[in-house]
Design a protein around this ligand. Structure first.
Ligand SMILES: Nc1ncnc2c1ncn2[C@@H]1O[C@H](COP(=O)(O)OP(=O)(O)OP(=O)(O)O)[C@@H](O)[C@H]1O
Ligand SMILES: [Mg+2]
Length: 526
């Protein structure tokens, strides 16, 4: 809860308050600890305080036990003990509910949260699809071809038609984009289909989330608690972690540079953070590190929640200024080594041994170090974390449903929209190509028929002309015979030859018969 404008998270062994400095809240943080040690409650205490100071937060709810933040806490003996222990009554403690927006990429336990294939980009999508390097390259080329042709990739339908198109035209595309193996495309296609079968397709499409919708306050100025229900999503670790990474990257790209602020613009909690780093490629790790390093200047703080701090790579761990370490158990030498490493990452407190303390912490207890005003981490303190003001645990279905339906973002995102994108374009193009092919076929057949008919007609005419010439020849023969003499025959031959040739060159049989007609007339005149 807030005290003197600061985030009061715990009391140390001497009963003195431990504050998280809002100015330093964008320097990222970590909440770690074995199962059941109090990580989720710590996260709630932090999120409630941010909301109270007007800072919206985004949380992934892996178990459903963050949902209770939309309802006030329930009083109990245990709570009363804690209220007394911390002197909370004097500090103005009351049970409170917080403005909450539930999201769910499956659209069941929250407002549907979607993005488009294009916006996700090939690097993150490759990780979700678990592609090898070659397949990732081909996916990137497919994106480029879509881009070069102004084709929008919104949903998995678009991606599949684009992959089909690239596969069918791989030879033509090779000159510009290099060799594209059909076998690799088929493998990518199989991954897309299996993602669809796991329900992952629901999360690609429009209306895509506008990241700025997370940054809301209620009428009392409290920051919105955006909860991504991840109870189903977590079963697909890659989809879950890459989706959160995508949201982080979107925040990084969308939000303006603001430098150091009095308090963050948004705080992002990344639960089950080990899923992000497990098996991440070098390219992905570089992207993660870059986002974490640079996002703080956009006023966004990122808090990783995980069972063991060794789950977080050193380069990332070094970026985390505010650390809450709940109890760890160490039964094996490897586990003891991990606890030692965790302990050594704190600024030592001369009054206790950090490693021993971590092993002995009870539920709701933690060793804590935060960044001071000067940007230097405080000496580690053994602490008891405050209780939350909102309800611990889950909510029933009816409460959730009313929270979802009454949210102002519900009408914006509830129904999917299938825009005119790559799938529709390529479908139309396919139909047009089919139509054009059919027309070309019909034209060719008509041409063949016309030619055959012209040939037939010409043959008939030739036959008719031949017939006419024969009957005329008979008549001439009788005339020349009656005129008599060799001279007449010679003239007839010469003139007839010339005109006959002329007629033939004029155009075949008709010309020839025309020549013969003139010859006959000449003789007649002579
Ligand atoms: N600060 C606290 N104030 C009051 N109760 C607490 C506190 N921390 C922990 N508890 C109690 O301990 C229980 C377990 O805590 P929590 O759910 O936060 O553990 P966790 O570390 O998130 O466990 P898991 O890893 O299983 O998610 C809570 O339900 C609550 O009853
Ligand atoms: Mg938990």
């Amino acid at each position: 809860m807030l005290r003197d404008g600061k985030i009061w998270i715990a009391n140390n062994e001497n009963g003195q308050p431990i504050y998280l400095n809002p100015k330093m809240a964008n320097r990222h943080g970590m909440v770690a600890g074995a199962t059941g040690t109090g990580k989720t409650i710590t996260l709630k205490v932090l999120a409630e305080s941010f909301s109270e100071m007007g800072v919206p937060v985004f949380l992934a709810d892996v178990k459903g036990d963050l949902a209770g933040m939309c309802q006030p806490g329930i009083d109990s003996d245990d709570m009363q003990k804690r209220i007394q222990k911390f002197g909370l009554a004097e500090a103005g403690f009351s049970y409170e509910k917080y403005p909450t927006t539930f999201f769910d990429i499956f659209g069941e336990r929250g407002i549907p949260l979607r993005t488009t294939i294009s916006e996700m980009g090939p690097v993150l999508l490759s990780r979700i699809l678990d592609l090898n390097d070659l397949q990732s390259d081909i996916l990137a080329i497919t994106f480029k071809i879509a881009d070069d042709n102004n084709l929008l990739l919104e949903d998995t339908k678009d991606l599949k038609s684009m992959l089909n198109y690239v596969s069918e035209n791989n030879k033509d595309l090779a000159a510009e984009y290099g060799n594209i193996s059909k076998v690799s495309i088929a493998a990518i296609m199989r991954s897309v289909v299996s993602m669809e079968m796991a329900g992952g397709d629901k999360f690609f499409g429009e209306p895509a989330i506008n990241i700025m919708d997370f940054i809301q306050r209620d009428q009392n100025g409290r920051g919105m608690i955006n909860i991504l229900d991840s109870q189903s999503l977590i079963s697909n670790g890659a989809l879950y972690s890459i989706f959160l990474l995508y949201l982080m990257a979107e925040l990084f790209e969308t939000m303006p540079e603001v430098g150091d602020l009095d308090k963050p613009k948004l705080v992002f909690f990344f639960d089950e953070a080990h899923l992000l780093f497990d098996g991440a490629s070098k390219a992905l790790m570089e992207k993660i590190e870059q986002v974490i390093k640079l996002i703080r200047s956009k006023g966004v703080g990122i808090y990783f929640v995980t069972q063991n701090p060794r789950d977080i790579p050193d380069e990332v761990l070094a970026q985390l200024g505010n650390k809450v370490q709940h109890g760890l158990r160490a039964y094996t030498p490897a586990e003891q080594k991990a606890v030692r490493a965790a302990a050594q990452s704190y600024r030592e407190n001369p009054s206790f041994d950090t490693q021993e303390a971590i092993l002995a912490l009870g539920t709701g207890e933690a060793v804590i170090s935060v960044l001071g005003e000067d940007g230097i981490p405080t000496v580690v303190e053994k602490c008891c974390v405050l209780p939350p003001r909102s309800k611990m645990g889950s909510i029933d279905g009816a409460v959730r449903e009313s929270e979802i339906k009454n949210n102002f973002l519900y009408s914006k995102y509830a129904n999917p929209v299938d825009n005119d994108s790559a799938y529709e374009f390529l479908l139309r193009k396919g139909l047009e190509d089919q139509k054009a092919a059919q027309k070309a076929e019909a034209d060719a057949a008509a041409q063949k028929l016309a030619e055959a008919e012209a040939k037939k007609k010409a043959k008939e005419e030739e036959a008719a002309a031949k017939k006419a010439a024969n009957s005329k020849k008979k008549a001439v023969k009788s005339v020349t015979t009656s005129v008599g003499g060799t001279v007449g025959r010679e003239v007839g031959k010469a003139v007839g030859g010339t005109f006959g040739k002329f007629g033939k060159t004029l155009g075949g049989n008709v010309g020839a018969s025309l020549g013969r007609g003139i010859l006959n007339t000449l003789f007649k005149l002579n």
